[in-house]
Design a protein around this ligand. Sequence first.
Ligand SMILES: C[S@@+](CC[C@H](N)C(=O)[O-])C[C@H]1O[C@@H](n2cnc3c(N)ncnc32)[C@H](O)[C@@H]1O
Length: 276
Amino acid sequence: MNLVTASEEYNFTSFSNLPFYTKVNERLLDLAEVGKQRKIVDLGCGTGGITKLILERLQSAKDTVIYAVDHSTTALKAAAEEIGDRKDVAVNYVHSEVQNLTGAVKDKVDAVVYCNSIHYVPNKTELVDQIKDKLLPGGIFAFNTSFYEGSHPDDSLLFFRKWMMRSLRILKRDYGMTADKSAKVESRVQLKADDYIALVENAGFKVLVNDLNRVEVPHEGWHHISGFSDWIEGVMPGVPLDVGREALQKGLAQIWDEMNLKTIPRVWLSVSAAKA
Ligand SMILES: C[S@@+](CC[C@H](N)C(=O)[O-])C[C@H]1O[C@@H](n2cnc3c(N)ncnc32)[C@H](O)[C@@H]1O
């Protein structure tokens, strides 16, 4: 198994601390009523931003157990530092691929929360089956993503086209490099929102929340996401991270000014589904 050590410099922390992003995730947790359960898995927990939001919502911290699962050791370490020592609630940091959920978390749980990560997994059917097995009857599976076909509203497309073209031009002109499309990760092939709903329904879940929420993403959102390794590898495959980040951030600054932008919209999908 290839467990990942993410470079600290290119992690998700600066993006995940932005207020607009916190609101997006709070919306999922509140729609799914996360907080009343006793045993909760935070899948793909990253540096602990969602774990913190779950902790804030606990109706009774006593006897609550949270399993925070990620394959990045640096992300887990940052999460543990961020959350600190909590005497009243057990937070277990689990170093594992999400695809090994069955073996990684032995307990049956009341909720599995999976924020902004489901799009990474190539075999989603297999993972959703594991999540269902992991849940107690009545347990909920709550996830959100902004990586699906349709997450870019029409009025954001011109910005994206211009941003990518400009950044690729900067990459070539200033660094003498081009992106290698053949290096694009297969798992980034995107489903439609309806495909995600069908995925959970076909696994036998009852969908309780199916929410499409248009979010106005500010400049700093696009700026910080340009420093996240997964984003750089997705839009500039094969390009060294430091160079990709610089080209994307330079291109962004230029296009943002030229188009006189305040925000660019993106649509987040939030789903909550119950195990019968
Ligand atoms: C975009 S971040 C999301 C973090 C957090 N859930 C949030 O919503 O802010 C994705 C996280 O998923 C983790 N990840 C991606 N693929 C994974 C896999 N196959 N197994 C375990 N963790 C994975 C990455 O290490 C990263 O921490």
